[in-house]
Design a protein around this ligand. Structure first.
Ligand SMILES: [Mg+2]
Length: 370
């Protein structure tokens, strides 16, 4: 495929309800959509960065710079065989994986159109539908959180995850377990603790959590190995797993027993399929994490989640209306009454189109590179 043009669309889509994590309170999804034009075909990729370097070192500003000034000059008007060929051509770039993934995802879409196959088929997906869990932010009161848990349990979500931060952790869990002793429950700390909190995590063993997600620093898999040896509850690494090699090191060190693969955080789907295969060899259960994506990123996550090692754990790929009133796919991503998502493929008739008019409504900036 010859790359003719790359548009970077800057959109803002307000959240239905603000979403609070240990690092910020989000009121809107401020997002870059990468639109790649190639020989009459168009592919879209969603950049998963936020407005600031809150989740990892990248943000929309750094991604805009890397895509416009570093990636585009390398691929524009060049022949790119497939996404793997793109990854080779830009392999000189250090880090900046969210930016790399945004373009890579768009190229997968063009590749799928050229091959006449679904993304699921091209990635090696084997599942027709995938299970959905819910991720709940920090609420003003425990009562408010219990109300949310009740609501989503009634809707049938397969796992309840709550965000924790110092001061909003053990007592909250105690209250949840008092009301719901048996639900599948997990916590996500988004790196807000240190090894000084080891006793707190030991105390969490009594709550029978499915896993504790990213308790310690993003760049520290050594301390995670110490913590994992000290507690029974599996640690799930999220922010720490930025590449195949990092996943390999974490598994060898015993830093985790579960991995959350966000393909964008690992530089795209090519690298993430390798991490999937590695985890399968080592019996490490995995699941697909979310970044409060718009429909474009959400649909690509569903296809990735259809790979064969994603069977045990529920994913953070909620219905679009969990976060947004408006979205940029037709139809919006919706869950079944079994709280699953149907994976689009060649045979089941499930198809998502990009809603250009919705994108125009949310547009705050457009950069055309050709
Ligand atoms: Mg997480």
């Amino acid at each position: 495929m010859i790359i003719d043009r790359i548009d970077i669309l800057h959109l803002k889509n307000p959240f239905l309800h603000p979403f609070e994590t240990s690092f910020t309170r989000f009121v809107e999804r401020d997002v870059l959509i990468i639109k790649v034009f190639s020989e009459g075909l168009v592919g879209y990729g969603e950049c998963k960065a936020f407005y600031g370097p809150l989740y990892n070192p990248e943000d929309n500003g750094t991604c805009f710079h890397i895509i416009k000034n570093i990636i585009a000059p390398v691929i524009l008007h060049q022949e790119i065989r497939d996404p793997a060929d793109y990854m080779k051509k830009i392999s000189f770039i250090r880090g900046n994986r969210l930016a790399i993934a945004a373009v890579e995802n768009a190229l997968w879409e063009i590749h799928a159109q050229r091959e006449g196959k679904s993304l699921k088929t091209l990635l090696g997906g084997t599942q027709n539908e995938v299970k959905v869990g819910v991720s709940l932010g920090i609420e003003p009161t425990v009562t408010a959180l219990l109300g949310k848990i009740e609501k989503y349990l009634a809707e049938g979500y397969h796992r309840t995850k709550i965000k924790i931060k110092p001061g909003w952790d053990i007592e909250v869990l105690r209250e949840i377990r008092r009301h719901y002793p048996d639900i599948t429950l997990t916590v996500d700390a988004n790196s807000d603790y240190t090894l000084a909190d080891i006793d707190l995590f030991r105390a969490m063993d009594e709550f029978n959590l499915q896993y504790i997600e990213q308790p310690l620093a993003e760049d520290d898999i050594i301390d995670h190995a110490v913590l994992q040896k000290a507690i029974k509850t599996p640690i799930c690494l999220d922010e720490s797993i930025v590449s195949y090699d990092m996943a390999r090191h974490a598994i060898e060190l015993g830093s985790c027993k579960v991995i959350n693969i966000k393909s964008s955080r690992c530089g795209g789907l090519c690298e993430s399929v390798r991490i999937h295969d590695l985890c399968m060899q080592h019996n490490i259960p995995i699941w697909v994490g979310g970044m409060t994506e718009t429909g474009i990123g959400r649909v690509q996550n569903i296809s990735f989640a259809s790979l064969p090692n994603f069977t045990l754990l529920a994913h953070d790929i909620a219905a679009s209306n969990r976060y947004f009133k408006d979205d940029i796919t037709i139809p919006h991503v919706n869950i079944t009454d079994r709280c699953t998502l149907i994976v689009p493929d060649e045979t089941n008739g499930v198809k998502y189109e990009v809603d250009e008019q919705a994108m125009e409504r949310m547009l705050v900036g457009r950069e055309v590179i050709k």
